[in-house]
Design a protein around this ligand. Structure first.
Ligand code: AHM
Ligand code: MG
Length: 337
């Protein structure tokens, strides 16, 4: 736990000053994302008041349409990125295609060099139950030199991420990010509207006692996954088994808990979801960059997530992510399927 009083902005700028050739754009972009997430956080906190405050059906008291929170989150992020002047395109789990930003936002060549991927509101099936949800983001540098961004700019492997992070809207709102130099966490102080540094240089425990998986899918898994989960439930003091099971059903929330306390999260391929359920670009890649920066591991069972060359924006992938030793053991079981 840190004792110094450091705002997110201060921290980002300080990190950036360590890189002599940095232009300040990435810092501004990260700060824009944080700003959008503060707005989303406010709306998430008000979500349960909609009925009480007299919102009816699809309209609020001003006669405006009440938007679903995931649609709202997507619009806010898109808007903030568009006017921010640092992204030349965004790709969102909510939109079928990537959105290249119009020419008027190309102020000069050096600007708009980033591509940003979002899962605007992860865990959306939990919104109405007041369970933690979140926003996940991932930032790449464009590969094309100028003109509108292309699909090739958007389909880069996770190894080329410049920064990645997420915000959890939970008992407090927390933003965790990495720009390739460690993982840092900030807690939103709603009274001053600032994210304050609460976790510096986060490290995930190498080995854990917790697993997170939707065990309702048991009958659809291959034998490798079944054997691994059965193994975790056996009694063996020396290896801390049986493990504890924790599954929120919001990836960001499950991931954040495991990052703090150690744990392995799995969403493997199954009979129904042949390539797993989670999205490579919006969920797996950003969390993989974070977990690796924190000393953990993320694979699809065969290779590192960040080494997968994407072919589609909405590509899915099996995901094994968390404490390094646990992921390595899980991979061994999956090899024997
Ligand atoms: P979403 O981005 O549409 O909310 O879907 C992804 C979510 C993850 O947050 C979560 O880990 C997973 O889907 C839960 O899936 P399931 O209900 O099949 O366990
Ligand atoms: Mg999601």
């Amino acid at each position: 736990m840190v004792k110094k009083f450091t705002t997110l902005y201060r921290h980002i700028i300080d990190e950036e000053r360590k890189i002599p050739e940095a232009t300040g754009q990435l810092s501004d972009l990260l700060y824009d994302i944080a700003l959008a997430c503060k707005v989303i956080s406010l709306e998430v906190n008000r979500a349960g008041l909609i009925d009480i405050l007299g919102f009816t059906g699809q309209e609020n008291v001003q006669g405006e349409a009440v938007k679903k929170l995931d649609v709202y989150a997507n619009e806010i992020l898109t808007h903030v990125m568009r006017i921010g002047g640092h992204a030349c395109a965004i790709c969102s789990e909510e939109d079928e295609n990537f959105i290249p930003f119009a020419d008027q936002y190309f102020k000069q060549d050096i600007l708009n060099k980033y591509i940003v991927h979002f899962d605007p509101l992860d865990g959306s099936s939990n919104i109405d139950a007041n369970i933690s949800i979140g926003t996940i983001f991932s930032i790449y540098r464009r590969v094309s030199k100028n003109g509108p961004a292309t699909l090739e700019d958007c389909l880069q492997s996770g190894l080329r991420q410049v920064a990645a992070g997420y915000v959890v809207y939970g008992s407090s709102t927390i933003m965790v990010y990495t720009a390739g130099k460690g993982v840092h966490g900030f807690t939103l102080d709603p009274s001053v509207g600032e994210f304050l540094l609460s976790y510096e240089n986060m490290k995930i425990p190498k080995k854990s006692k917790t697993y997170s998986i939707n065990e309702g899918n048991f009958s659809k898994w291959n034998d490798g996954v079944k054997n691994y989960i059965n193994f975790l439930k056996e009694n063996d003091k020396e290896t801390s088994r049986p493990y504890t099971s924790r599954y929120v059903g919001s990836l960001v929330a499950d991931f954040h808990r495991n990052l703090l306390y150690g744990g392995i999260f799995l969403y493997p391929a199954d009979e129904k979801n042949k390539n797993g359920k989670l999205r490579l670009m919006y969920e797996a890649n950003p969390l993989s960059m974070i977990v690796e920066q924190a000393g953990g591991r993320a694979t699809n069972g065969i290779k590192r997530i960040v080494e997968i060359q994407p072919t589609e924006l909405h590509q899915r992938t099996p995901l094994l992510i968390g404490s390094e030793e646990d992921v390595l053991i899980a991979e061994k079981f999956l090899e024997q399927k």
